[in-house]
Design a binder for this molecule. Sequence first.
Ligand code: ZN
Ligand code: ZN
Length: 431
Amino acid sequence: MPALLRQLAGLGGCTHPIRLDGHRTEYTVDTRTGEIGNVLHHLVSSSLPAGHLLVRCNNRRITRCAACAEVYRRDTFHLITSGLRGGKGVPERVAAHPRVFATFTPPGFGPVHNRPTGPAGSVRRCRCGALHDQDDPALGTPLDPDTYDYEAAVLWNAHAGPLWRRFSIYLRREVAKRAGLTQRAFREYARVSFAKVAEYQKRGAVHFHAVIRLDGPEGGDTPPPAWATAELLTDAIRAAATAARVDGPVVDGRAHTFAFGRQLDVRTIRSADFDGGQELTERAVAAYIAKYATKGAETATGALDRPLRFLAELAQLDISDHARRLIRTAWTLGARKDLEHLRLRAWAHMLGFRGHFSTKSRRYSTTLGALRDARAEWRRAQALEAAETDPDTTLVLAHWVYAGTGLTDAEAWLAETLEPAPGTEGEPTHG
Ligand SMILES: [Zn+2]
Ligand SMILES: [Zn+2]
């Protein structure tokens, strides 16, 4: 029992670990002759308390694995933060580069129940005449489901990713134009870096939040040119977002074209963390992005966080009629041969969106993989220190095969008795 508890504790709270069958052997190596010597350490999965080697699932979604989603959220926070104020291999001077936080909204698909805010944060009546409560499930659902444009809403989600790519190309062009440079010359002077996250609005449409930064030619390592200001960047973002368009399919004689909605919010990010909440701070931005990086369509649909296999499953799900209708529309459109490339059935549970939740340009900052590697490296170093072995004089041979996922009922029960894994400090838990 204590051995099993120790193995479960190593999962740091992961509730859907990957189970592996296999073995791992560490040998000493003679550094002069290169010959393999004694076995230092031998591990066989069948001799482990759980009968398998258990590895964290690393799922990003809170609804799937709270512990792994929390690790992902923290990593995302650090990734965004390092791109804003340096650290993790990014120089601190990036804090002086022009940076903005921008929100790109979808167009309208029909009136929905909302909570319009008036002056000084007062709440006004919805078009339906009601004064909706903040967590009224009606919020975001159509006033008239029969006239709501479900087809365009689902196709919007399917084209939001390509539209963002189009926007980012236009943005470089618009910045270059304002600097009086050709696009080719632009690359020798400056670079546009970004990190973005996709989020579902209550009505089930994807929108994007992005940190956009102007750097010198080598990215964050080089200072931006003197003309690069947050004002120029903001102006260029507005122009690029207005111009960006992606042609969608023609469905039953109706040609779809996708563009961002008119509501575009662009705000300059300031360095100060302590300005009484007047300015948009680095910390607030990073916390906000990290928070949404762990959420999927379930924030809009309620519960559905995995692909549907049959449409009949939809009837059993405890989701809103609006979510059901979006999913059904994606499923129906997914049957069309000409829309095959959108894979709408595989992504029906995501309401048609098949993009990545958080993406960044190469030079924005470090990567999630690098953060994960650093963590694994640290654990390995700790283990070696404990065993007093030298990585240069040991050889590791390992072979693992997938044996399943999850914990047995008994393991899950035991895991619940464990204290939550100690967290890392120095970051807000919500934004
Ligand atoms: Zn997990
Ligand atoms: Zn209403």
